[in-house]
Design a protein around this ligand. Structure first.
Ligand code: DUC
Ligand code: ZN
Ligand code: ZN
Ligand code: ZN
Length: 485
């Protein structure tokens, strides 16, 4: 098999920064050291060699709000690679009443065109004996160990507290991780109705309908329910201090709880919704909405302090035409923004070059922590012998201005339009295959493979039966201490 060596670079991991070459053979790293010689070489002079990014939260071709998100696994993973991300984790989303296994088959079919590796979380959008039973197969046979619950989107994806508690108990005994979209969906529905009744139907009302308090309340509730159910908890798109504070408190208590800010919430604020152009504001409608500077500072501080562990995108891209479904009624604007291509360079530009994050922290929050929490480390998220050669050769001097006209994403705008980036991939490698070559994207549809993940804690030897968990019961806390990530 032919060998490739990445030469003359500085390796940056979550722990270490040092000069060494990296040898790749058969898609994995086979040697790290000085003066390696291979059949081919990639010059990394002046560059940092880092684990490729992992985006733990995407929605590619997601059926949502009467349409499908426009970026699919083809354009989405191409965008990912262009920005140095080499793995995405998407959500297999059953329609309420649909079999979990059927939803996974649908996502298997969608993902055949992926350019980079991927994995799935399972969304629990309804509750019943079938879901309860299928969860065991999802974990044991499908390699999906993370279960997302929507506490918002009332009447669509939202689950109630009794369903969430029962599901969390099941996740806990299966050794998985419960995930939540934490917003109080009942309060949001009330606020939406009130705002519309008062004639507030524009995109700015979207933000008024989802204040930080609805997120803080739901995060606190999910943490308490996870504690009672004995499951670790991963809070997606943590966007505000109230939610961050709940996560900090839970971790201090010894609970295994993680928080995931998005690059959008870190770098864009609520003033976007006050823009006089309806399209501009509607394109930025997502849930939770962008917040004020105080919340942004809280998120940045959490990343450097370690109380927030990962940076994601929730990439869910809708075209302007799709956004216009909500003209005259903000509740019909498809919720979601893009970011897959921009997460790494935006975080580098606004985090590392400003001194908010060290390079090692950058690697931790874009890749290594994610692989550890979601249990695909060190196959992913590592520059180690034996790890997959999912790597990015990062040129800190390379710059560009973000523009929809040059992006890989299939939508017609970019929420970061005009932002100046400093720090971009020179090469991106997906299992050894060069997908960005000296800055140029060289996609290969179908190269991506599904990554199975094992339970994070042992599966209970005596799993409960449907009858037992259907009547809520108090479960002792596991007392598992929080880990370093
Ligand atoms: N929020 C969004 O903005 N889009 C997709 C789903 C979600 O929770
Ligand atoms: Zn969400
Ligand atoms: Zn999401
Ligand atoms: Zn392609």
């Amino acid at each position: 098999m032919s060998t490739t060596v990445i030469k003359n670079g500085t390796i940056v991991t979550a722990d270490l920064t040092y000069k060494a070459d990296v040898m790749i053979e058969g898609g994995v790293i086979t040697a790290i050291g000085p003066n390696l010689v291979g059949d081919k070489s990639l010059d990394a002079t002046g560059c940092y060699v880092m684990p490729g990014g992992i985006d733990p939260h995407t929605h590619l071709e997601m059926p949502f709000m009467g349409t499908y998100s426009t970026d699919d696994f083809e354009s989405g993973t191409r965008a990912a690679l262009s920005g140095g991300t080499t793995m995405v984790i998407d959500f297999a989303l059953p329609a309420p009443g649909q079999s979990l296994l059927e939803a996974i088959t649908m996502w298997d079919n969608k993902s055949t065109r992926a350019h980079c590796d991927y994995s799935f979380h399972m969304a629990i959008t309804w509750w019943g004996e079938q879901v309860f039973n299928e969860m065991e197969t999802v974990v044991k046979d499908k390699g999906i160990t993370t279960f997302k619950h929507f506490m918002a989107y009332k009447g669509a994806l939202m689950v109630d507290d009794d369903e969430m508690y029962s599901s969390f108990c099941r996740v806990g005994e299966l050794g998985g991780i419960a995930m939540v979209h934490a917003e109080n969906g009942d309060v949001v529905a009330q606020l939406q109705a009130k705002l519309l009744a008062e004639g507030n139907n524009g995109p700015e009302a979207h933000a008024y309908s989802r204040p930080a308090e609805v997120e803080g309340e739901a995060t606190n509730r999910a943490i308490m329910i996870a504690d009672m159910a004995g499951t670790p908890l991963y809070v997606v798109h943590t966007s505000c201090e109230q939610s961050h504070e709940a996560i900090r408190r839970a971790r201090q208590k010894g609970m295994r709880v993680w928080g995931e800010p998005l690059i959008q919430h870190l770098t864009l604020d609520e003033s976007e919704y006050a823009h006089p152009d309806w399209d501009h504001a509607a394109r930025r409608v997502m849930s939770p909405p962008f917040r004020n500077k105080m919340h942004q500072e809280s998120l940045w501080a959490g990343l450097s302090a370690g109380s927030l562990q990962v940076v994601a995108t929730d990439h869910c891209a809708f075209s302007t035409e799709q956004k216009r479904f909500g003209v005259g009624d903000f509740t019909k604007i498809p919720n979601g923004t893009g970011g897959l291509e921009d997460r790494m360079p935006m975080l580098w530009t606004y985090g590392v070059t400003t001194g908010r994050l060290t390079m090692n922290e950058f690697v931790a929050v874009t890749s290594t922590n994610i692989a550890k929490i979601l249990n695909c480390y060190p196959k992913k998220g590592a520059v180690l012998v034996g790890a997959d050669a999912d790597l990015v050769v990062w040129d800190p001097e390379k710059s560009k201005t973000i523009s929809a006209s040059t992006q890989q994403s299939a939508i017609d705008y970019n929420v970061f339009e005009g932002k100046q980036l400093k720090g971009l991939p020179r090469y991106t490698l997906t299992r050894g295959r060069v997908a960005v070559d000296d800055g140029e994207v060289k996609p290969q549809e179908g190269h991506g493979e599904f990554v199975k993940r094992e339970p994070v804690t042992p599966i209970n030897k005596a799993l409960s039966t449907w009858k037992e968990v259907s009547s809520p019961r108090k479960v002792e806390r596991t007392g598992i201490p929080a880990t370093g990530v």
